[in-house]
Structure formats: structure tokens, C-alpha cells
Design a protein around this ligand. Structure first.
Ligand SMILES: Nc1ncnc2c1ncn2[C@@H]1O[C@H](COP(=O)(O)OP(=O)(O)OP(=O)(O)O)[C@@H](O)[C@H]1O
Ligand SMILES: [Mg+2]
Length: 244
């Protein structure tokens, strides 16, 4: 559950949001719509905590992990493709690295042994043994074959990188998925795969996209950004269009 209360934001003279109040609930997929420059991307950044609003707050139910489709296509250039996907779950990735460091210590102490045992149990709780196969399945679903999984991100083409970043966002069953234009650079087959993934997804999806067919396929609600307000409607885009 995400509760947005009294959000207000100005960029200089421009009032982008005023007194926005919304609730997002699990199992629903919200398509954020509005004119160019209305504030759709900015709203997603407020939800993600990347932009601090001037007033109000966003409260996320405790223990719920939010996952965001990264926009910077070069951020992971020095990382291996499969690791980049696993980095979608930051804590799990930290545990894997810390374990590796401890196991490779030449002077492995009793303290290190205790620390590793703690990490191993957290790793098992997070289903860590499945991480690589899950990451691999996501990548293949999006058309990134296993021959690319051990390559560096910098060796991939633009459209391939976008798919890896999308797999990263979807990785590890997050509670909340924030996606700004996820179908950009995707081919038809990957879009269809993503639609099926999101329809089956149990958490909250909040997505901005210009792809009307995609919106109609996956969205249960529309969030219309207009004149500083955001209004929620039940139904997909065509339903919203006909009724408004
Ligand atoms: N950091 C910033 N500082 C000042 N103004 C900004 C900033 N970020 C965005 N804006 C302005 O705020 C408005 C909303 O931008 P935003 O990118 O959220 O719109 P959008 O609805 O996502 O547009 P688009 O459909 O083009 O993606 C625009 O007028 C933009 O120029
Ligand atoms: Mg935008």
C-alpha cells in the first residue's frame, strides 16, 4: 500500500502539484497519463523518493520493497549482465558480495565464521539460491540469450541494455514496481512477455507509457495528471477515454 498525502511541488513559478491525495493498493496496475510536461515523470520520482516534494508525504507500508526502472543506460557499464539484474534487489546483492569477501579471506576467523553464518541464513531467507536462475529466466523472457549473461553491460547494444535494466526492475518479486516508459526500445515479443508478467504480478505497478495498447492490456486504473491534481479512475485507458 502507498499513501500519498497533501503533496505539493513547484518548479520556480510553475506549480506542478497541489494537494495531491491518493492511495495505491496491491494487485492493481496504475497507468499514469497526462499531457507532455504535465508532471508524470516527476510524480514517479516523488514516489521513488528521488524528488522531495515541497509539502506532504508518501508513506509506504513497512517492509515493502520498491523497484524502479533505471533511466541511466550507462550506470552499470562496468557490471556483468547477470549481476546487474540481481542488483535489482540491493540487499541480496550486498549479501552475496559480503559472503564472497569473507570466504576469500586468508585469515578466516571465528568472528568471520559467525558473520558468514548470519549472512547465509539471510541469503536463504531471501531465496538467494534461486537468484541466478530467476535473473536468467527474466533475461531470456525479454530476449537476452544466455550467451550475453556473462558479458559486461558496456558490451551490449542500447536496446539490449534497456532490457537488462527492465529485468533488474522486475527481479526478486518487489512489492512495488515503478516504470517510466518500459516499452521503449522493446520489440513486439518482449512487450507481449512484459504484459503477461505484469498481469500476473501481485504487487503494485505504477507505469507511465505512451503505448495505448499496452496500457489497455495491463492497467486496472488510470491516474490522470492534470492542472496540478491527480485523479484516479477505475478501468483501462479506453474506458477512461470514453467516460471522460
Ligand atoms: N528538476 C527540474 N527543475 C525544474 N523544472 C523541471 C524539473 N524536472 C522537470 N521539470 C519541468 O516540470 C514539468 C514536468 O516534467 P515531467 O518530466 O515530470 O513531465 P512529464 O509529464 O513526464 O512529460 P513527458 O510526457 O514529456 O515525459 C516540465 O515542464 C519540466 O520542464
Ligand atoms: Mg516523462
Amino acid at each position: 500500500m502507498i499513501t500519498v498525502s497533501n503533496i505539493g511541488l513547484r518548479f520556480g513559478e510553475r506549480k506542478l502539484f497541489e494537494d495531491v491525495n491518493l492511495k495505491f493498493t496491491p494487485g492493481n496496475c496504475y497507468g499514469v497519463i497526462g499531457a507532455n510536461g504535465a508532471g508524470k515523470s516527476t510524480f514517479l520520482k516523488i514516489l521513488a523518493g528521488e524528488i522531495e516534494p515541497d509539502s506532504g508525504e508518501v508513506v509506504i507500508a513497512s517492509g515493502i520493497r520498491m523497484s524502479i526502472l533505471k533511466q541511466d543506460h550507462y550506470q552499470y557499464d562496468q557490471c556483468v549482465v547477470l549481476d546487474t539484474v540481481i542488483m535489482g534487489n540491493q540487499r541480496l546483492h550486498e549479501i552475496i558480495k559480503e559472503k564472497e569477501e569473507l570466504y576469500s579471506k586468508p585469515d578466516f576467523s571465528d568472528d568471520d565464521g559467525m558473520k558468514v553464518a548470519e549472512l547465509e541464513s539471510e541469503f536463504a531467507e531471501m531465496n538467494g539460491w534461486e537468484a541466478e536462475s530467476e535473473a536468467s529466466t527474466l533475461l531470456q523472457g525479454l530476449g537476452i540469450g544466455t550467451d550475453l549473461h556473462d558479458k559486461l553491460m558496456s558490451e551490449l547494444q542500447g536496446a539490449e541494455k534497456v532490457k537488462v535494466l527492465l529485468a533488474q526492475a522486475l527481479f526478486g518479486n518487489p512489492g512495488i514496481l515503478i516504470l517510466d516508459e518500459p516499452t521503449n526500445h522493446l520489440d513486439f515479443k518482449s512487450i507481449t512477455w512484459l504484459e503477461e508478467f505484469l498481469i500476473a504480478f501481485q504487487g503494485i505497478v505504477i507505469v507511465v507509457t505512451h503505448d495505448r495498447h499496452f496500457v489497455n492490456k495491463i492497467c486496472t486504473h488510470m491516474a490522470d495528471v492534470d492542472f496540478g491534481k491527480i485523479k484516479l479512475y477505475v478501468g483501462n485507458y479506453d474506458f477512461w477515454y470514453e467516460s471522460s
